[in-house]
Write a protein that binds this ligand. Structure first.
Ligand SMILES: O=C(O)COP(=O)(O)O
Ligand SMILES: [Mg+2]
Length: 223
């Protein structure tokens, strides 16, 4: 029997070119245990991924800010505080680095994100003034409420599914996956992972991006 999975998106289900690896569409729907998609992206992205994979909408979005499973959704974190902080960031000349549509933040409910080209030092200074924290995923800077974490989201989803979070195997690539690795029973960092993720994972994989994730799926299926 294969274990339930907690999978990050960016850097983990993607290629080096930031696309979903096409093999995700073969392997995830065929997985014979629950899958939780745990991401820093806003809620519609993992929901759409689950929808088009044809798997249940079991999702941790916004780094733990949004949790969805069993037809229920809950929220943690203070978007208004993040908005106030971004107001001050802009007053001091900061720019989040998105276009007018800002599809990165448009549907965000509990935190806000800046482009990796944004002024990190200014963002961190403003975050400290508002008792917020900045998480660097390598794909964006997330201005979030401390204590809201993917790992707690996984615990919430697991309980909704009648599972223990320790039954899950987690795969991820960046510091926003550290809590996921600490919560799951086993954890893997892909080879492209940042140093914090590598230090927190039980195993650092030889392969990068979805090649690394696939090596975990193959090994779990042959156990
Ligand atoms: O939203 C991000 O910055 C990264 O998303 P991820 O958690 O799926 O890697
Ligand atoms: Mg990632």
């Amino acid at each position: 029997m294969v274990p339930p999975l907690a999978l990050d998106i960016d850097g983990t289900l993607t290629t080096a070119a930031d696309r979903i690896d096409p093999r995700v569409f073969e392997r995830l729907p065929a997985w014979d245990a629950p899958i939780v998609i745990a991401t820093g992206k806003s809620f519609p992205y993992p929901v759409a991924l689950c929808h088009f994979l044809g798997i249940p909408e079991q999702v941790v979005a916004e780094n733990g800010g949004v949790v969805c499973a069993d037809g229920q959704v809950s929220f943690q974190g203070d978007r208004e505080r993040a908005e106030a902080a971004i107001g001050r960031f802009r007053d001091r000349g900061g720019d989040l680095g998105w276009d007018d549509a800002d599809t990165t933040n448009r549907w965000r409910e509990t935190e806000l994100a800046a482009n990796v080209d944004a002024d990190e030092e200014l963002l961190r200074a403003v975050a400290a003034e508002f008792d917020l924290e900045v998480v660097d995923t390598g794909y964006a800077y997330h201005l979030k409420t401390p204590g809201v974490e993917k790992g707690d989201g996984l615990t919430a989803v697991a309980h909704l599914l009648g599972l223990d979070p320790g039954e899950f195997v987690a795969v991820g690539d960046s510091e926003n996956d550290v809590s996921l690795f600490e919560t799951a029973g086993d954890s893997y960092a892909v080879a492209n992972a940042d140093e914090r993720a590598k230090a927190a994972a039980a195993t650092v994989l030889e392969d990068s991006y979805f090649d690394g994730t696939l090596s975990v799926l193959d090994a779990l299926q042959s156990d």
